[in-house]
Design a protein around this ligand. Structure first.
Ligand code: OGA
Ligand code: NI
Length: 352
């Protein structure tokens, strides 16, 4: 033992374990350099857009809502949605399954432990416990989720209700993702029909994140600044903690709205739109009092599908600004690069 709550490098320590041990300080490996520490005193930004998705089904309101979505995509790459069609009990059940999973003994969770980012199901901590230089105050279980019959047998079999509860939520979010993509492609003037099959056959990775109360939330983060690789991420949160950067690189705190879901644009949309829309940079802050759970559903086109700028959005004034990439290319990148140092999307931008 190097100090309180500290383990030698080859021993896995979850942050749930540290919290249970009531460590009075975060172990040194969680302490960020001062320039990377969060500002926890940001006001919750009450002006962030909240979109009533039921209006998309009414011909008279649809175009106004599409305008609002377009504005949110251009300015922030982020919006919240209500009346999204996923019933509150389905949401509560998914969060309950997540709570029960993280409350299991470490021994039980360790059966799913993996640092291989190509594994379709894996339990872990930080970003990647095996390679992180600085550690982040997060435990997670990640699993592929679509089509659900291909993957559900690999999901945790404890708690016994996990597969049912998380499965219902996963299927509902997959439907929501398709509706959101239809709307967002329309705001870009792109034909949804051309991509429908690939969206329906795309990859869905659910990241179920647990951020226990942290003794020194001003020194560390739950997740470092990053953008998600896919088309859209639909995020369910149990409380506040998410911060995002607006297009002037100013950090904003996202308020918690009961029953609402957060929609974040990912790198595949940035590339497809040839830079008209940007993927949103976000990070997770911690609380000294409360545990926070989140369920991020990360959607992308099929794992081997190369995505480049849509030809309709390329002309003399707007030359191709990105190289093509697939979800698999992203996985290969994070296997050998630290995304806390360099964003993936910067590695595929064309130099002008
Ligand atoms: C992620 C992520 C945010 C959160 O899993 O990619 O950014 O609030 N999660 O947990
Ligand atoms: Ni993210």
């Amino acid at each position: 033992m190097e100090g309180e709550g500290e383990c030698s490098d080859n021993l896995f320590t979850s942050v749930m374990t540290l919290t249970k041990m009531r460590v009075p300080h975060v172990p040194q490996r969680y302490v960020l350099p001062p320039s990377q520490r969060p500002n926890l005193t940001l006001d919750l930004t009450t002006t962030l857009p909240i979109i009533d998705l039921s209006t998309l089904h009414h011909a008279s309101q649809r175009s106004l809502t599409l305008d609002t979505i377009q504005g949110a995509c251009k300015e922030l790459g982020f919006f919240q949605v209500v009346n999204h069609g996923i019933p509150l009990p389905v949401i509560h059940d998914a969060l309950a399954a997540a709570t029960e999973f993280f409350n299991l003994s470490l021994e039980e969770k360790m059966t799913l432990l993996s640092d291989n980012v190509h594994n379709p199901v894996r339990y872990g901590t930080s970003l990647n416990h095996a390679s992180d230089k600085v550690h982040y105050w997060r435990d997670f279980i990640k699993h592929y989720s679509h089509p659900i019959s291909d993957w559900i047998h690999l999901w945790p079999s404890n708690p016994p209700s996990y597969k049912d509860k998380m499965g219902n939520y996963a299927k509902a979010v997959q439907v929501l993702h398709k509706q959101l993509m239809e709307a967002i492609l329309e705001t870009l003037g792109l034909n949804f029909g051309n991509l429908q099959k690939e969206i329906e056959e795309g990859n869905q990775l659910m990241a179920i994140n647990c951020y226990p109360a942290c003794p020194e939330p001003d020194l560390t983060l739950g997740m470092p600044p990053h953008s998600d690789y896919g088309t859209l991420t639909v995020l369910l949160q149990s409380g506040p903690g998410l911060q995002l950067q607006d297009n002037k690189k100013k950090w904003l705190s996202v308020p918690f709205v009961e029953g609402a879901l957060l929609v974040q644009l990912g790198d595949q949309i940035e590339v497809m739109s040839n830079g008209q829309y940007k993927s949103v940079v976000h990070q997770v802050t911690l609380s000294a009092e409360n545990k926070r759970l989140s369920i991020a559903s990360l959607h992308s086109l099929p794992i081997n599908k190369k995505i480049g700028p849509a030809p309709e959005l390329v002309d003399e004034q707007h030359p191709v600004s990105y190289n093509e990439f697939s979800f698999r290319d992203f996985l290969d990148y994070i296997s050998s690069n630290d995304i806390a140092d360099k964003r993936f999307i910067d590695s595929i931008k064309k130099s002008v």
